[in-house]
Write a protein that binds this ligand. Sequence first.
Ligand SMILES: [Mg+2]
Length: 229
Amino acid sequence: MEHIKHIFFDLDDTLWDFEKNSGHVLQQLFLEFDLTAKLKTDYTNFHSAYKKTNSQLWLQYAKKQIDKQYLRNHRFNLVFNQFDYDNYDENLIITDHYLNRAPKGTHLKEGCIEILDYLKENYHLHIITNGFKEIQFIKIDGCGLRDYFKNVIISEEHALTKPDEQIFRLAEKFADAKKEECIMIGDNFTSDVEGALNAGWDAIYFSHENSKDYNGKHITSLNGLKQIF
Ligand SMILES: [Mg+2]
């Protein structure tokens, strides 16, 4: 790893525990809005429908088929509809609560601070995240992460999303780095790993399961980075 000088991290579910922070708020809202009665289902079914719908919407957003407003304003109602419930206004109220509370969650992935303290001694650290500016900085600041990173590159600010090669080129410019010096660490195979490799960077795939068909660098916990760096 001697040629590597710059480590770029994804944020959601790589450093910031999106699953835990978001799940916690969804569970609160499910109770507060009595969604058991309205959707005639339990939280587990609601949550898996939400996750599926959310990732489909993000995919459409990345392909520029929908905009941020559409993603936000329809997300919950699209989930409601799967349980034969339709309430656009309530969907907007829930969206407001969700966007207010979820980014304030402070659960980080296990070992996050420890590994950042370890890596910052020898490498320049940066973040590249597909997300919305006002949301991502609440997460970063709320968890005391800001000072670890020289650059925080947020897709929305540049109208570029991972895996678009251009966001990696832009990141090199910000970091004043050559592509051979850069490595990307993230939990999304397409956006983080394939995106980085396609841009001529090195990459580390962070997934809790051992992936069968990927032979590249892989960690199942952040702590695993100590074996690589
Ligand atoms: Mg992620």
